[in-house]
Design a protein around this ligand. Structure first.
Ligand code: GLC
Length: 561
């Protein structure tokens, strides 16, 4: 940025200021399996999460989103649900869940749980009943069972690919032992897709929603929210599939069917009923994996989901022009639908931002991790300065890089197996957290735990441990704590008002509310801070009148002082 005085140039957003918690909340995603083990089995659990609530309180987040902890054979770590209303024994039980909600609410932390409506485990009683009941039965009608193609039905019913690799169909044996029908599985073969045209399915999920809302949850994160309905007749995918290994995220017959919006309207009405009756706003947050921002915006129309993750931001490379375009799309398309953008830099499905920004191939090569860390610090200030809500993924606040060298034999992601190792999968961002540098398992499991953590932690996790970072004023953890605190304290940062500032190429600069500027320097040269401004927070101790490359700062502008 030049040393020219900064003047707001164009505006987006409206003058409406923030109301419900989900509109500008900072939500912390807990991958329960990897957060904190309370009972010494090497696997995280709900009581472990509860024991760390004070940590989350001091981080300053508004809520937690818990990845699935339901009864499940764990082929996809809980996204293969066998009973949506029971807790998987490794993670605790319903009493542990109730304790967690109670304590979280005492600390004013909202609780969001995951709902997985697209599919269930093949160990779900409904699926077992469907196999037993035979072709044409109402039980099979709850899923997508179809006869195979070929003379003997030996070929899958259509050409769809599974997102985790291979065909999206598996053949069963009929109860008499003969080779039978096929069922659709968009993900792993252990995850059978529901047929949302069968009213039993909608009724079942309404009960599931009520079950968790009655237990006091504040929000529901909805898995694969664009995928519930499939095109009637399940026609072949019409185009050549580029990716031979895994499924096509834009298969026009598998995703984004118009009927899905009816589901969100009815869920919204149900959630609003709870909000009105209890006076506590309940929110629906969609995982909508569509690449088109306009299509995504449709999911957050005023009578549909409250908000959806904005994954374009997570996918953007370290590049000012890309960031600016993506932010414009978020604010201009998604937010224009009347709902705030849910910004996200990390989650349990993607290589961690430190590694993505490190200049190496994401998830494969290490690149320059120090560079990645410096940029991830700046990206955190960028995200937390944007209007809308922000979703952090556990370990992001510790600056954890992806663990890229887990040995093959410990990998658990179905993607690894289904692609014969060509895709290493997502285990590298799911390694149990380091809490205390000097302890076994870095404090993840209780002292004296005889078993190893479910995924091995690398030695270098010690440098990222919570205890070390609490002792260092300049750690990533302290930066996140401070940024969240400033965001709460400075009203401009809770405003929906946003204006781009004129800036040199390689620089992202905008104002929020009345007089706070965020400047991110993605260029290779130092840039000047806004003239006459006062630094509120820098991503790096060097940020002051100038911002070195790969840094960001929040500034109080002269007009506001
Ligand atoms: C979502 C989840 C992912 C899971 C998949 C299948 O994308 O985020 O972890 O594997 O759905 O349920």
């Amino acid at each position: 940025m030049s040393a020219e005085p900064i003047a707001p140039s164009s505006a987006s957003g409206s003058s409406q200021d923030v109301l419900e918690w989900w509109r500008n909340g900072v939500i912390y995603q807990v991958y329960v399996r990897s957060f904190q083990d309370s009972d010494g089995d090497g696997v995280g659990d709900l009581d472990g999460v509860r024991s760390r609530l004070p940590y989350l309180r001091s981080l300053g987040v508004d809520g937690v989103w818990l990845n699935p902890f339901y009864a499940s054979p764990q082929h996809d770590h809980g996204y293969d649900v066998a009973d949506h209303r029971a807790v998987h024994p490794e993670y605790g039980d319903l009493d542990a869940f109730d304790r967690l909600v109670r304590d979280a609410h005492r600390l004013d932390i909202k609780v969001i749980v995951d709902v997985v409506p697209n599919h269930c485990s093949i160990e779900h009683p409904w699926f077992e009943e469907a196999v037993a009941a035979g072709p044409g039965s109402p039980e099979r009608g709850r899923f997508h069972f179809a006869d195979g193609r070929g003379e003997y039905g030996e070929l899958p019913p259509n050409n769809w690919r599974s997102i985790f690799g291979g065909p999206a169909w598996r053949r069963i044996s009929e109860p008499d032992g003969s080779p039978g029908q096929w069922y659709l599985h968009t993900f792993a073969p252990e995850q059978a897709d529901f047929n949302w045209r069968d009213p039993d399915v909608a009724d079942h999920f309404e009960e599931v929603l009520r079950f968790w809302l009655d237990r006091g949850v504040d929000g529901l994160r909805i898995d694969v929210a664009h995928g519930l309905h499939k095109r009637e007749g399940l026609p072949d995918h019409p185009f050549a599939i580029d990716d031979e290994l895994t499924g096509d995220p834009v298969n026009p017959y598998a995703w984004n069917q118009p009927e899905v919006h009816d589901v969100w309207r009815s869920w919204r009405a149900l959630a609003e009923g709870y909000s009105e009756r209890t006076g506590r706003p309940r929110a629906l947050i969609g995982e909508v994996g569509l690449l088109d921002a306009a299509q995504l915006a449709d999911y957050q129309r005023p009578d549909e989901l409250h908000q959806c993750f904005f994954f374009e931001f997570l996918r953007a490379p370290w590049d000012a022009e890309e960031f600016s375009k993506v932010i414009d799309r978020g604010l201009g398309t998604v937010a224009a639908a009347g709902s705030p953008v849910a910004w996200v830099l990390n989650n349990h499905d993607m290589p961690r931002s430190v590694t993505r920004y490190a200049g190496g191939a994401p998830g494969v090569a290490h690149g320059d991790i120090d560079l990645g860390l410096t940029r991830a610090r700046a990206a955190a200030l960028l995200m937390l300065a944007l209007p809308g809500s922000a979703y952090l993924y556990q370990g992001e606040e510790l600056g954890l890089p992806e663990v890229t060298d887990l040995p093959d034999h410990v990998l658990t992601d179905p993607m690894f197996r289904r692609t014969d190792g060509a895709r290493r999968g997502r285990d590298g961002c799911r390694v149990p957290l380091p809490w205390a540098a000097g302890q076994d398992s870095f404090g993840f499991s209780p002292l004296g735990t005889p078993v190893p953590t479910w995924l091995p932690q690398p030695e270098w996790f010690a440098h990222h441990s919570v205890d070390r970072q609490l002792g260092s004023g300049e750690s990533m953890l302290q930066l996140y704590r401070e940024a969240i605190a400033v965001r709460r304290r400075v009203p401009a940062l809770s405003s929906v008002r946003f204006r781009w500032l004129p800036a040199d190429s390689g620089v992202v600069a905008f104002t929020r509310g009345d007089g706070v500027a965020c400047v991110v320097n993605c260029s290779p040269r130092p840039v000047c801070a806004p003239v006459g401004s006062q630094l509120l927070l820098g991503s790096d101790p060097e940020v002051g009148e100038k911002l070195p490359p790969n840094t960001a700062g929040w500034f109080l502008l002269e007009v506001a002082r």
